[in-house]
Design a protein around this ligand. Structure first.
Ligand code: DX5
Ligand code: ZN
Length: 230
C-alpha cells in the first residue's frame, strides 16, 4: 500500500553466541534489543545440545526483553507449551519435528505465548502456507540449525518473498523472522526480501558493544526496507 510506512525492523540477539556462564550479564549487554533469542537444542533434532526450560525460567527472571525461544527439538507437542507457561513471548518449533503443527501452536497460544513455525533451509514453505493462519511467527532458517557462526544461505530468501506478498496482500498476518548468518553483509538482502525480525548471534556478541551492534543492524535493515510498501 503506498504511503504506508515500513515497520521498524526487530532485532533478536541470539545468546547462543554469548557466554553461558554469564547469561544475565549477556542479556543486559543487549539492552534495547527487541527480542532475546534463545536456542534450545536436544541433540536429537539437531546434532548439538544447549539449554532447556530451567535455564529459560532463570533467564526470564533477570531480563525484561521479550524472550524468543527457538526449539530445535523432537516432540514439540510435549516440550513446547511449558516455555509458554514459563513466560516466553514467542515459542517457535520446527515444522519438520511434528505431524500436527496446528495442535502445538494452539497449545502454545493457550499457554499465553505467540506461536512460531520454523523451517530449515531445505524445507519449502508452500505446504505450510495454509496453516500459517494459526501462527504468529514464521522463522525461516538461513543456515542449517545447530550451530552459530555459519554462512548465510541466500537461496532461502524467495521463501520470505512468498510470505511477504501474502502478508502485504492482507491474506495473512504473520511476522517473518530470519535466523542464521545475519550480519552487516547479509541483513540488507534479507530486509529487501521482506523480513520483519532478524536473529543475530555472532554479529552481536562478537562486537565490542553488543547493544550498539543491535542498533546498527536495526538501522541498516530499516534503510534497506524503507522503499518497500508495507
Ligand atoms: C542456529 C541458531 C541460530 C544461531 C545464529 O541453529 O538457531 O539462532 O544462534 O547464530 P549466527 O547469527 O551466528 O548465525
Ligand atoms: Zn535460532
Amino acid at each position: 500500500m503506498s504511503g504506508q510506512h515500513a515497520r521498524t525492523p526487530l532485532i533478536a540477539p541470539s545468546i547462543l553466541a554469548a557466554d553461558f556462564a554469564r547469561l544475565a550479564d549477556e542479556a543486559a549487554a543487549v539492552e534495547g534489543a527487541d527480542w532475546l533469542h534463545v536456542d534450545v537444542m536436544d541433540n536429537h533434532f539437531v546434532p548439538n545440545l544447549t539449554l532447556g526450560l530451567p535455564v529459560v525460567e532463570s533467564l526470564l527472571k533477570v531480563t525484561d526483553i521479550p524472550m524468543d525461544c527457538h526449539l530445535m527439538i523432537d516432540d514439540p507437542a510435549r516440550w513446547a507449551p511449558p516455555y509458554a507457561e514459563a513466560g516466553a513471548h514467542n515459542v517457535t518449533f520446527h515444522a519438520e519435528a511434528t505431524d500436527d503443527p496446528i495442535a502445538v501452536a494452539r497449545d502454545i497460544r493457550a499457554a499465553g505465548a505467540k506461536a512460531g513455525l520454523a523451517i530449515k533451509p531445505g524445507t519449502p514453505v508452500d505446504p505450510y502456507l495454509e496453516i500459517l493462519r494459526d501462527f504468529d511467527t514464521l522463522l525461516v532458517m538461513s543456515v542449517e540449525p545447530g550451530f552459530g557462526g555459519q554462512k548465510f544461505i541466500a537461496e532461502v530468501l524467495p521463501k520470505v518473498g512468498i510470505v511477504r506478498r501474502l502478508v502485504d496482500a492482507g491474506e495473512l498476518t504473520i511476522l517473518i523472522e530470519i535466523d542464521g548468518g545475519i550480519n552487516t553483509d547479509t541483513i540488507e538482502a534479507a530486509a529487501e526480501a521482506g523480513v520483519d525480525c532478524f536473529v543475530a548471534g555472532s554479529a552481536v556478541y562478537s562486537a565490542d558493544d553488543p547493544a550498539l551492534a543491535v542498533q546498527s543492524l536495526r538501522n541498516q535493515a530499516a534503510a534497506a526496507s524503507k522503499h518497500l510498501a508495507r
